[in-house]
Structures are given as C-alpha cells and as structure tokens.
Design a protein around this ligand. Sequence first.
Ligand code: NAP
Length: 324
Amino acid sequence: MNDGSSEVFLTGASGFIGGRLLRALASRGVPTRCLVRSAEHFPTRGFCGTQPRVIRGDLLQPETFRGAMEGTHTAYYLVHSMGGRSAFRYKDYIRKDLDAARNFARAAEESGVRRIVYLGGLGEVADNLSEHLRSRQEVARLLQSSRVPVTVLRAANIIGAGGAPFEMLRHLVERLPVMICPRWIDTRCQPIAVENVIEYLEGCLDEPKTAGRTFDIGGAEILTYRQLMQTYARVRHLRRWIFTVPVLTPHLSSYWITLVSSVPAGVVMPLVEGLKNEVVCRDHAIRELIPIRLLSMEEAVRNALGELARGPGGLPSCQSCLRN
Ligand SMILES: NC(=O)c1ccc[n+]([C@@H]2O[C@H](COP(=O)([O-])OP(=O)(O)OC[C@H]3O[C@@H](n4cnc5c(N)ncnc54)[C@H](OP(=O)(O)O)[C@@H]3O)[C@@H](O)[C@H]2O)c1
C-alpha cells in the first residue's frame, strides 16, 4: 500500500497514539501530512527520518481542511473529543465525535484517498455498551458509510506512558495501599501495549488485505482489572489489598479516580462507565495478517515505567488531556 510516491494523512498527531505513530512512520521514511488544531501541540522534537508536513485544521470545521487530503493514499483517523475538567458537561464528546467523523469521511471520499485506518474500541453493541464504547462503534459506522475502504482496529485499554489508562492505573496503585472497589474490578479486559498498537497501525499500511475489514486487537493476556492492578503492583514490588463493595456507582468511582489520578473528569467518567463491559478480542484474524510478538502486561508496564523515568522530555507522546 505504501508506494512511496505519496504521503500518508495523519489525524491525532498531537495525541498519545498519533504522536507515536508519527515517529514510527517518520523513522521508516514514510512521508506524512498531519492535520492538527494547534501547531503548538505538534511534536516537533526528535524526528529521525522524514520531516512531516503540518496542516492546521479542525475536523469540526470542514472548511479548515478542505482539499487537505488530496494526493495522500492512506488516512489515519486517531481522534476523539473526550476531555475537559467538568464532571457535568463530559458527554459533549459524543456529538462532537460523530460530527468530526462525518466531516472526515466526506473529505476522504472527495479527495480520492484509497484507504482509511481507524483505531476504535472493543465491545459488542448487543452487550449494553457504555455511551463511550457505543460512540466509538458509531464513529466506525460513519467512516464505513463513505465509499473509501476502512480498516477498523478495535482495542481495549492501551498501556503506555503518557496514556490515560496507564496514568489511572499508576496513580491508583502507587497511592492507595488499600483499595475499596466496585464490582467492575472483576470485569475481564484484554489490554494491549502501546508498542503493539503502533505495530498493528503500521502493519495495516504494509498489508493490503487489511483494507475494508474490522479487526479486534488485544495483548497477550486476558485479565480482570483487579489482575491488571496486581500486575502493576508486582512489577513495582508493592503490596496492595483490593476489596470489593457492591454499592459504589460508576459516578462515585469516577470522582475518586479523578481525585487520585491526574486524569481529568472528562476522560475518567466515560472510561469508568465502560468498565462494566467486557472488552476481550472475539476475532483473531489480525494475528495471521500482521504476526507480531505481543508483549505481556508486565513488559508493557516495565516499558512505560522506563519511559517515565527519563522525565517529561523522554515521553514519545502524551494523551491530549494530560498535556500541561
Ligand atoms: N488511549 C487508549 O487507551 C485508547 C484505547 C482504545 C482506542 N483508542 C483510540 O485511539 C484513538 C486516538 O486516541 P488517543 O488515546 O491518542 O487520544 P488523545 O491523546 O486524546 O488524542 C486525540 C487527538 O485527537 C485530536 N482531535 C480531537 N478533536 C479534534 C478535532 N476536532 N480536529 C482535529 N483533531 C482533533 C486531538 O488534537 P488536540 O491535540 O488539538 O486536542 C488529539 O491529537 C481514538 O480513536 C481512541 O478511541 C485509544
């Protein structure tokens, strides 16, 4: 797919996943054209390889990126609108995400892009999904309604330094020797290391058979959230006691996670609401098309801690809501 003659269009380059993908593509000489809302948040440091082209535009304002995709062959959609510190207006992201996806799909179709690659969320619509997980599926559906073939990668929580799930995990386990948790602590999930997610996103470029298909991507282990916290504690040689109570609502859980972690309510609330939903891969077709070595959660946590130890300047990327 990457014929070397044209650029890849990248959205979300100022974010956690897009920032890392940008570096990975640059280091293998893939030319990129990045749509960012603010050049101030574009990662300018440490590029070895091809320098990206930066275009300023907002997916919620179609006139700001009209024609921006022309001449690119593949467009990555790595965007969401969750964020903000308000615990009351946190649902605004749902409408924004639908509008942004609709605008992007229309622009991709008009510009003649040959492929869209979207990283969304795991979860089955039939399973009474949280609003956040349902909204990620709706975004996939909107992108797929264009004439451009879409590859959808569906992931659960992505574990890496600078990402909201890892920051929530780290702050909870580091700061609370005893945790009183609701029942979601025993929901199963299949977290994946950020390094593996980037390999899959890159792999889609090299493997044309991924075009027009939806894949579940997950890490090497299926764990409960309790086991995920225990894994972190084991890596850090911490003793932690986790108890379950039946009455703690997602709203209450969100308040104390927001208090303990540095992650704002606008991200914690939608994520916590989704913890009731099992997010486990049901389809493994990606393993044959892009056969990578999946990292264990211990390896993912070790890598993330290693990156954090290098200081803020050592992080390859950071979740938009955690900047500053
Ligand atoms: N992180 C995870 O654990 C995880 C798990 C599963 C799936 N995913 C998926 O991965 C994708 C990327 O998420 P992420 O974790 O990298 O999030 P992130 O760090 O919050 O990045 C989101 C990106 O979207 C951009 N953006 C938001 N609204 C925009 C708009 N109107 N116009 C242009 N750009 C806009 C942001 O730009 P600004 O810098 O200007 O805000 C930022 O670059 C999402 O589709 C998400 O659902 C993430």
